[in-house]
Design a protein around this ligand. Structure first.
Ligand code: IVH
Length: 697
């Protein structure tokens, strides 16, 4: 096909001709990829294949405005440059909240019932859930358009993932095209995994070939999927259990259970242990039964996931920060092992906290070799009476850092001594102080402590923060130790240090270029990432997002936080008035800005980069966008939680108490002092009907 067109020199092509040829090339190359990877039956020679890619590349270079969303070059062109192309998820990929006991599960169910007011008012309304094993693999999102698989992305940070389309196309059991009845756009999500038996075989082959083996099936699956060389992926028997959806162009089911049925019709693998549960009892039974036969399954699972079956309810429940309110993971008990504690080391964190770390005789816990475990703090060590030389029980649960649970006392050697926490920082020698009411000891060295500075920098480039590709903790530490980087903003001046970096072992022109490009790519950053990256105590991703949402721009936020240093100021009141931010967090933020040095860091960074305003999806038609609303008293038709979620979805901010800045106070039954305060301040009050009328319900 296209033989004629292809003979035309690229610079002679007209726009429509170029567009037509790019479309044809996309199809043709995709077909060759399938023949090669899926069917093990290449239809053309490698040289011809490369020529097609080359032609595609040339046309795209001449006609950049015609580059297609599904362009073959987007996938492999970028890969050739040393990484995967990025894909922005049409719908974010979320994580799940956890419960660890029946009591916590009951709380979860109660929370759902409370949110859906009609269920809290009438206990006889059933709340069905689907229980599914929680597969310990890595999640991917597959996009089908008009029934054809067009792209596949890893979860990444939940918003942007890596393009692994070509790799996923090598999976033997995954449908490349969907039978009739699939919506035009359908994103199917699931967990990619490697079976335990395939994992063992792979490790055996690696061992024989003298290459490094994988710690567990999950790592092996991740390493196999994230291969720039697709042939390596093709040689690994990866599979996927489908369990969720992303963007869909039309409704596909009324219940999750129905959705799973449809997935099966479309030939996806759905976990056979998924089960419809009438209530807590069924859920616990599914959990116990699955846990009991867990070791006998040929794939790793680390718990159960329960999902509200009714999809209309799922939609009303929505999300809180990064996790759905309508689903939760129930983790299996942590796996444990016994080993010897060889030493206790003190680590200094980014905010100066000293953490005792157990150095262990390496031991396998649930398939992973563990040689470090946390001992939390000195109180914990004293409570458990942990001593160097002791035989200890360590446990590991999922991705959590392994911990020392207890000492096997009758194995204690003679002549051990109780552990004494150092009173000075092991890194900089400053006094290690214990704030009142806190168990942790903290290095008082502040900016002068190199360990704190290095940890701050590591945090700055970490995944939820600047996430600079190729600039991990190892490089940051080395650059810091050698004085190439001192402060956060120095990272953005690394290009000036090119010569120095080149002198270092392991760096060449290409890798320095890649690094500098990766840094350039981060010269513009969303406000919430910027705030999180600063590493202020107690300001994690969720709080950073709240702040970004409330203040909108870096300048506005900075100014307000400086003003909030005065606890009597209005700025301080506004800050603590944000639902989810209490006095303790507010004080930590104010303390951060009270340091001239921190302010200098922020301003230096601002001189190097653009901090993007928080782009709240402003719905111009929303009557309450940007308004501050307080709910008080109990509402008739909706729970307070649902009302708040609804208001936020319409672009409003929900505050905990009434101030001059409040736009509306929605007063339910038995409202107390807040309604009175609203009257005093002259703030508009609405009853529930008034509120519903305002938002057009
Ligand atoms: S549902 C909004 N179902 O667990 C729904 N997740 O800890 C989000 N996972 O990121 C996911 N098995 O990678 C769901 N049956 C299952 C799962 C599952 C494994 C993973 C998934 C998710 C993580 C959250």
């Amino acid at each position: 096909m296209n033989g004629n067109l292809r003979r035309i020199a690229v610079d002679q092509l007209t726009d429509p001709e170029a567009a037509a040829e790019l479309a044809a090339l996309a199809d043709e190359l995709a077909a060759h990829d399938r023949a090669y990877y899926q069917d093990d039956a290449p239809a053309i020679s490698d040289a011809d294949y490369d020529a097609l890619r080359q032609r595609n590349q040339e046309i795209e270079t001449h006609f950049p405005h015609l580059v297609r969303a599904d362009s073959p070059s987007k996938r492999v062109g970028a890969a050739a440059a040393g990484g995967f192309a990025k894909i922005t998820h049409a719908q974010p990929m979320l994580s799940l909240g956890n419960v660890f006991s029946e009591a916590e599960l009951l709380d979860f169910i109660a929370g759902v019932r409370r949110f859906l007011k009609e269920l809290s008012d009438d206990e006889s309304i059933p709340l069905e859930m689907v229980a599914e094993p929680k597969i310990d693999g890595l999640s991917v999102s597959l996009r089908y358009e008009k029934g054809a698989l067009v792209s596949a992305a890893t979860r990444g940070d939940g918003m942007v993932g890596e393009d692994v389309t070509r790799n996923v196309m090598t999976f033997k059991d995954l449908p490349q095209s969907l039978a009739g009845g699939a919506p035009d756009i359908l994103e199917v999500r699931g967990e990619v995994y490697l079976s335990k038996s395939d994992f063992r075989a792979l490790n055996e082959a690696q061992r024989q070939a003298g290459i490094k083996t994988f710690a567990n099936p999950r790592n092996a699956a991740a390493g196999s999927l994230r291969q720039l060389d697709t042939e390596i992926t093709a040689a690994r028997p990866l599979k996927m259990f489908a369990y969720a959806w992303g963007e869909v162009s039309e409704p596909i089911a009324e219940t999750h259970w129905q959705f799973l049925e449809r997935l099966k019709e479309w030939k996806f693998e759905v976990n056979p242990r998924a089960q419809l549960c009438a209530g807590l009892e069924d859920m616990m039974a599914a959990y116990e039964a699955t846990n009991a036969m867990r070791a006998g399954l040929d794939y790793d699972i680390d718990g159960m996931v329960y999902k509200v079956n009714r999809i209309d309810w799922q939609q009303r429940l929505g999300f809180v920060s990064r996790a759905p309110r309508w689903a939760v993971a129930h983790k299996f008990p942590a796996e444990r092992a016994v080993t010897v504690l060889k030493d206790i080391e003190i680590q200094v964190g980014r905010t100066g906290t000293l953490t005792p770390v157990a150095k262990l005789e390496p031991v396998t816990v649930g398939g992973v070799v563990v040689s470090n475990a946390t001992l939390h703090n000195e109180d914990e060590i004293a409570r458990k009476d942990v001593r160097i030389g002791d035989t200890v029980v360590v446990q590991r649960a999922g991705d959590v850092i392994p911990q020392v649970v207890e000492v096997v006392k009758d194995k204690r050697p003679k002549k051990t001594e109780a552990f004494v926490m150092p009173k000075t920082c092991p890194e900089c020698g400053s006094p290690a102080v214990q704030d009142e009411g806190e168990v942790a000891r903290r290095c008082s060295g502040g900016f002068t402590c190199p360990a704190q500075a290095a940890e701050k920098l590591k945090h700055f480039v970490s995944r939820g923060a600047f996430d600079i590709e190729g600039l991990g903790a190892k490089h940051i530490t080395a650059f810091f130790e050698d004085g190439i980087i001192e402060t956060e903003a120095d990272i953005f001046r690394l290009a000036e240090k090119r010569a120095e970096i080149l002198e270092r072992e392991g760096w060449g022109d290409q890798s320095v270029d890649n690094l500098i490009n990766a840094i350039e790519a981060r010269r513009s950053v969303p406000l919430e990432r910027f705030i999180y990256a600063l590493g202020i105590r107690q300001v994690g991703q969720a709080t950073a997002r709240l702040l970004a949402k409330s203040y909108g721009s870096i300048d506005h936020w900075k100014e307000a936080m400086i003003a909030a240093g005065d606890a009597d100021s209005e700025a301080y009141l506004d800050l603590t008035n944000i639902d989810g931010i209490g006095p303790s967090v507010a004080e930590d933020i104010a303390a951060y800005f009270a340091h001239k040095r921190n302010l200098a860091v922020v301003e230096d960074l601002q001189s190097q980069l653009t901090v993007e305003d928080f782009d709240a999806p402003i719905d111009a038609s929303s009557p309450v966008a940007g308004k501050t609303i307080v709910f008080t008293g109990s509402l008739e038709r909706m729970s307070r939680g649902e009302a708040k979620a609804k208001a936020e979805a319409l672009g409003a901010k929900v505050a905990g108490s009434v101030s001059k800045k409040t736009d509306y106070v929605v007063v339910g039954a038995d409202a107390g002092s807040k309604a009175k305060k609203a009257a005093e301040l002259g703030v508009t009050t609405l009853d529930e009907e008034g509120w519903r009328a305002l938002i057009g319900e």
